[in-house]
Design a protein around this ligand. Structure first.
Ligand SMILES: *Cc1c(COP(=O)(O)O)cnc(C)c1O
Length: 363
């Protein structure tokens, strides 16, 4: 059986009518940028997250950058981020004008190792960006405790963790602000780019609102020098149509993860870590193997598509090579880059397809 790594057409097919209606309503309105549909989605998403403010922006990367800028981070500052994950996080930090400083991840969760934050601290450190990688919340209690004791801003990169929870609180709402991405493959995906900043801090939300539209206030007068980064009405309408299905689709992700866990328990793969205090939403189901490449090839020949998230630690990308100098001991990140491989997991994956993956792995 051929099992695609991801097939977004399945989700679109299931919601076809609702999505077509959403698109038609926007076409008929003649209103395409920052109007009622963006405001409606912002209110619905804030409610979903259990937070006071949500500001829609153009992407997850921009959400991180604008949250940092709104929090006062900029040129001359340093921001701590994990050395393992997508480059988007450090790219967003650089775009704020600040310098990313890498810290190693914990080998078990592949999220920031709270015990290693101290190593990355300097007198210029202004913020920490924990990444809730693969949908697993980072260990926020010790990270927040460290941040509070050092007077640092915490912006959560919740791009992979919509609907995840840490001690019963939604990921993205635990620190000072949270950044979400609605890139099409994310657990809540638009039909193009989109992102959002959520926060309980009214002033920070107000500054993000200014920063996403040339700093313009309600009168149109520019209060802050800024470029633009807007969520558009079409994407907001699509996201509002999809949001009511997110809980059910998240439950299916968790069910599939539990089935993988059962089916793969006997083998030699290291299965995703799920801490007791968190609700993992399995944006990705990344297993670890010392023979990752061979496993990938073997699955490929059985028709099972896999992907590697991520084949390089951040400082192993040429663009970020200079970040390695300051970072010592990023071994857990480098090892993860050699060992991780993601198996297909999305709500529309059938039980039969999941069985086929398990069979191909255990063969
Ligand atoms: C996808 C992603 C981003 C960037 O989001 P875009 O919408 O693609 O800009 C940032 N951080 C993480 C962890 C991501 O997975």
């Amino acid at each position: 059986m051929n099992v695609p790594f991801l097939d977004l057409r399945r989700e679109t097919l299931a919601l076809r009518n609702e999505l077509e209606q959403a698109v038609a309503a926007v076409l008929d309105s003649g209103l395409f940028i920052l109007d009622g549909r963006v405001a409606d989605f912002e209110a619905a998403f804030a409610r979903f997250c259990g937070v006071d403010h949500c500001v829609g922006v153009a992407s997850g990367t921009d959400a991180l950058t604008l949250a940092l800028s709104a929090g006062g981070v900029g040129s001359g500052d340093e921001v701590i981020a994990p050395a393992f994950g997508p480059v988007a996080t450090v790219a967003a930090i650089s775009a704020s004008g600040a310098k990313p400083v890498l810290a190693d991840v914990a080998n078990s969760t592949l999220t920031l190792d709270p015990g290693r934050l101290e190593d990355s601290l300097s007198e210029r450190t202004r913020a920490i960006v924990p990444v809730h990688l693969y949908g697993q919340p980072a260990e926020m209690d010790p990270i927040l405790a460290f941040a509070r004791s050092e007077g640092l801003l915490v912006v959560e990169d919740a791009a992979q963790a919509v609907a995840a929870e840490y001690r019963g609180v939604r990921a993205g709402t635990i620190g000072d602000a949270g950044a979400f991405s609605f890139y099409p493959t994310k657990n809540l995906g638009a039909l193009g780019d989109g992102g959002a900043v959520v926060t309980n801090d009214a002033e920070l939300a107000g500054r993000v609102r200014l920063l996403r539209a040339h700093g313009a206030d309600a009168s149109g007068q520019s209060q802050l020098a800024a470029t633009n980064s807007r969520l558009d009405e079409l994407q907001a309408a699509i996201l509002s149509a999809k949001l009511p299905h997110l809980e059910e689709r998240t439950a299916r992700r968790r069910q599939l993860a539990a089935l993988y866990r059962e089916g793969l328990a006997e083998g030699e793969l290291v299965l995703p870590h799920e801490t007791p205090e968190s609700r993992h939403v399995f944006h990705l189901f990344a297993v670890r193997s010392r023979e990752r490449d061979r496993l990938g090839e073997r699955l490929e020949s059985s028709g099972v598509e896999t992907r590697v998230h991520y084949p390089w630690a951040i400082h192993q990308h040429p663009a970020y090579a200079e970040l390695a100098q300051k970072a010592e001991g990023l071994q857990a990140s480098e090892r993860a880059a050699l060992e991780v491989v993601s198996l297909p997991l999305y709500p529309e994956l059938t039980d039969a397809e999941l069985e086929a993956v398990i069979d191909a792995v255990t063969e």
